[in-house]
Design a protein around this ligand. Structure first.
Ligand code: GDP
Length: 424
């Protein structure tokens, strides 16, 4: 049995979906353990190009079982739309290859509504939410004001629970936001439609994973977003509302005692960030547009243009440390091929001092990047599949990143397709 987590080292969008899709070959079970339908994991394979939101990226591999653990925000409505869209393109999804934890909490229609209402209330100060209801969902979960998916098997108790929840939630929707209340009939109809669809997939995923582990099956834990968006360790409050760290994989999956043998951190060869919050290396003007276009840096979920900049090694080092990465995948190296010289940020200048330490979130807005320039390779590397065929300046770029962040780079990705990768 091998347990491995694939996690984001930076602000998300590092190319985790593409790495999970590639690595599932050696794994029997792929588990999403946190976050919800706000993810946009892009996968390009023999079926075409997909942006997966809630489904684990192992869904394309025959024989792989995909699990949504207790830690995810179970958006049954969007999950169903995602399943149907995949089926329409020839991908099989059934209770044989998708198992959903009966302990996962349901993301309810008012969570999405409350998310949008709160962003509107914040106006110019909004967090840049994807408005998928994630923040209201997790705050309700920790207030014990959500419904566990397994309650669908107890209709009488569920009806009572729903009525209690609505009484409370309507006070917030009407009193705080001046919005309309939800009627019990409307909520019950939603539960009936969405609940009926997902019921066949629900099970005790903890028991399933324990027996899979006992049988020696290999488990791959797929994270959403990256270390800098982790609720506890990221750039709070511009984080997500769940824990995006590998450390949460055991808890959020249903296998709380599992020890991870490996943590593969995914790092993009330059920096991108979608939404609000401090972003020390941000480029503007022509240089930003050029990098954004070269990398196709538009959000997979929202289509929003991503903020872009040179690789921030200070933030990356912090991400590697908090994730406890044992190996790295460096993605999108091919995107930098247009540059003759490539800047990287090796330190921050903060209040007149140079530092390599990632500071407290509020101090980040005062930090300035200290840049060094590395030689570019200035040729197309998207067809390269062997390390020795990579131009020397590209090899030096990879080696410089590796040395700076203190973790071996095992995979170098040079294109979005499954096979466009160099194994070192
Ligand atoms: P994730 O959320 O971490 O899975 O990342 P996203 O899917 O949001 O963003 C990664 C984007 O980069 C997707 O459009 C991928 O198809 C694309 N991509 C991933 N790896 C590479 C690569 O090595 N080169 C290029 N050019 N594109 C890549």
């Amino acid at each position: 049995m091998k347990a491995c987590a694939i996690v984001g080292i930076n602000w998300g969008d590092e190319g985790k979906g593409r790495m999970v899709d590639l690595l599932t070959e050696g794994y029997d079970v792929v588990i999403r353990y946190q976050g919800g339908g706000n993810a946009g994991h892009t996968v390009v394979n023999e079926y075409g190009k997909f942006a997966l939101h809630l489904l684990p990226s192992g869904v394309f591999r025959p024989g792989v079982v995909n699990v949504l653990g207790n830690g995810v925000a179970l958006d049954a409505e969007n999950l169903w739309a995602e399943i149907e869209a995949l089926r329409a393109r020839g991908v099989a999804v059934s209770p044989a290859n998708l198992k959903i934890s009966d302990r996962a909490s349901l993301l309810l229609p008012w969570h999405r509504e409350q998310d949008a209402l709160e962003e509107a209330r914040l106006g110019a100060k909004q967090y840049g939410s994807t408005k998928q209801g994630i923040a209201p969902f997790y705050s309700d979960k920790y207030q014990k004001k959500t419904i566990l998916a397994g309650e669908l098997f107890y209709p009488d108790a569920l009806r009572e629970h729903l009525a209690e929840l609505l009484e409370w939630k309507n006070l917030i929707l009407t009193g705080v936001y001046g919005a309309r209340p939800y009627s019990p009939e409307e909520a019950a109809a939603w539960i009936e439609t969405c609940g009926t669809r997902i019921k066949p997939y629900l099970c005790d995923t903890g028991a399933f994973l324990r027996s899979a582990a006992a049988e020696g099956k290999n488990l791959l834990f797929e994270a959403q977003l990256g270390a800098l968006r982790d609720l506890d360790y990221g750039i709070y409050p511009y984080t997500t509302s769940s824990n995006a760290l590998a450390a949460y994989a055991p808890l959020g999956s249903g296998l709380p005692t599992v020890k991870l043998d490996e943590v593969i951190g995914v790092v993009k060869a330059y920096s991108t960030c979608v939404g609000e919050g401090p972003f020390v290396c941000e480029l503007s003007g022509e240089a930003a547009s050029r990098l954004r276009e070269a990398g196709g840096e538009y959000g997979a979920k929202t289509g929003r243009p991503r903020r872009v900049g040179p690789l921030d090694l200070v933030a990356t080092r912090y991400g590697v440390q908090t994730q406890g990465a044992t190996a790295l995948a460096l993605t999108k190296l091919d995107v930098l091929s247009y540059l003759k010289e490539i800047p990287v940020c090796t330190q921050y200048e903060l209040d007149g001092q140079r530092t390599e330490r990632f500071p407290f979130p509020l101090a980040l807005s005062r930090a300035k990047p200290v840049l060094e320039t590395l030689e570019g390779w200035h040729c197309d590397i998207s067809g390269v599949r062997r390390w020795e065929d990579l131009p020397a300046p590209a090899q030096r770029y990879v080696a410089a990143v590796e040395e700076s962040v203190g973790c071996p780079i095992r995979y170098v990705s040079v294109g979005p397709e499954r096979d466009a990768v160099i194994l070192r």
